[in-house]
Design a binder for this molecule. Structure first.
Ligand code: 4AD
Ligand code: MG
Length: 460
């Protein structure tokens, strides 16, 4: 079997036979030798394969072009060039799949916008390849953080009949014939004829079901796709994104914030320790200094502000914003960024938001006006985590639902958690793509997920 290039680059030159498989990035000729850069995706920088024109068939060498797949056999030798420690002196090269000249990834810089149109090929570029390697390591770090800290991984459903966030952003799911929708006698859609016998959607969050398992297994987390019909065409919203949602029983907002901070720092540290080559690349070509920023974030405590304090800070600089801040307003991205980039100059946790701008399940504070919510805001992005202590008092929760017009019968099972052995509990949701954006410095969320789904975008 061929060795991965990531491994070969750490090996010493030697006489043992080596096989490399991969795709040609570039080919360069000199009079007597041909230099072929082969990349197998295992790491950023490929391996230089050197073919001696006197010993390797020249027709074959002529047919090697950018993008074609090859198997190269030979030995590792110390490299003459300064760029790499070792290279492969080729004894034999086989072209596995040719690549005609209309291959879109010729050796020139392509814009990320253009690459989105060829998402089936873009992972072969340095940038997207690096993003995907980091994303994979981050997913592993998510699991290892929680598994090492006594959390169980729970798979919450994708189909659901309850709207967790109550923001009306759900994608409806149906098998009914849209040209001939069954109707009841009074002319309404007859969902009893639909697949599930009731109105159903794709989940916007696994939280509510996650809470049911936290009140049994104590500490749990979910990590899966969530769906929101966000019409906003921004650099930080997707219609399909992955969310990490821990939920802890016997835990108040203080504990929740501690887990959130420890968790983010763990992931950042893991990436710094395990993705050095890719992080150097991002720091150099994508977001200057992103690596040093991460190191700094890992080492310093997050800042804390209440919503009320945050609004006071924003009001002092009101002329800087398109949307004028006032107590009661939902914080806009420009406000969130100002708080973290200008006021605190590091990630900041904002707590105790007005109940009107937060979800029904959050614990009401004694003032009757604010809830025990917390958002973690990060420079460049704004919100990356949203969480809260949950309302565990049955009567208070019911009253809040009534205020919002939510029907108890739709949440009967959720309410039973407050009836049978209720307990203070808390959790949060990390938008996984936003975390990948933060770590890599990538500007647009559509470039940190393999196949972005957004309004009017569902190719592939
Ligand atoms: O703040 P949100 O809406 O919180 C929840 O869904 C809670 N149920 C979480 C919980 O307490 N268990 O979303 C959580 C995070 C946001 O902070 C953001 O990072 C991300 O999910 N997010 C999105 N990411 C990409 N595209 C979108 N459309 C997103 N909407 C939210
Ligand atoms: Mg939120």
């Amino acid at each position: 079997m061929a060795e991965l290039i990531s491994k070969l680059k750490t090996m010493q030159p030697g006489p043992q036979p080596i096989t490399v498989e991969g795709w040609v990035r570039t080919k360069r000729d000199s009079k007597s030798v041909c230099f072929i850069e082969v990349n197998d995706g295992s790491c950023l920088k490929g391996l230089q394969v050197v073919a001696d024109k006197a010993s390797i068939d020249n027709n074959l060498l002529n047919n090697i072009s950018t993008g074609c797949s090859v198997v190269c056999e030979g030995t590792l030798v110390a490299s003459q060039g300064g760029d790499q420690a070792v290279e492969l002196a080729a004894a034999k090269i086989t072209i596995v799949g040719e690549c005609p000249s209309d291959y879109p990834l010729q050796k020139k810089r392509h814009t990320l916008e253009y690459l989105r149109d060829i998402a089936h090929l873009r992972a072969r570029t340095n940038t997207i390849g690096a993003v995907e390697r980091v994303r994979s390591k981050m997913a592993f770090a998510v699991h290892s953080f929680f598994q090492n800290n006594g959390f169980y991984y729970v798979n919450t459903p994708i189909f659901t009949a309850s709207d967790c966030e109550g923001a009306g952003q759900m994608f409806q799911v149906t098998t009914m014939d849209l040209n001939n929708v069954p109707k009841t006698e009074d002319g309404k859609i007859d969902y009893s004829k639909d697949f599930f016998g009731k109105k159903t959607s794709l989940t916007v969050s696994g939280q509510l079901e996650g809470e049911t398992y936290a009140t049994a297994l104590k500490n749990i987390y979910t990590f899966g796709p969530t769906f929101r019909a966000e019409d906003s065409n921004t650099k930080r919203h997707l219609a399909e994104f992955w969310m990490v949602e821990p939920e802890m029983s016997f835990c108040t907002l203080e504990g929740d914030m501690k887990v959130a901070e420890d968790f983010l720092k763990y992931i950042f540290k893991y990436v710094l320790e395990n993705c050095e080559e890719d992080m150097d690349f991002f720091s150099k070509f994508v977001e200057p200094g992103v690596k040093d920023t991460l190191i700094h974030v890992v080492e310093s405590p997050f800042a804390h502000l209440t919503y009320t304090e945050a609004v006071k800070e924003l009001e002092k600089s009101a002329d800087k914003f398109d949307f004028k801040p006032y107590w009661g307003c939902d914080l806009q991205t420009e406000h969130e960024r100002f708080l973290t980039e200008e006021v605190c100059k590091r990630p900041v946790i904002v707590t105790d938001y007005p109940k009107e701008i937060k979800s029904f399940y959050m614990k009401l504070n004694e003032d009757g006006k604010t809830v025990r919510a917390m958002d973690v805001l990060a420079p460049r992005l704004g919100e990356i985590i949203g969480g809260s202590e949950r309302e565990y008092r049955l009567d208070v929760l019911k009253a809040r639902m009534a205020e919002l017009g939510l029907r108890e019968q739709d949440y009967w099972w959720y309410l039973e958690l407050r009836k049978f052995g209720s307990v203070p509990h808390s959790g949060f949701g990390l938008g996984f793509e936003r975390a990948v954006q933060y770590v890599t410095g990538m500007q647009n969320i559509r470039d940190v997920i393999p196949y972005p789904r957004a309004s009017k975008q569902c190719e592939f």
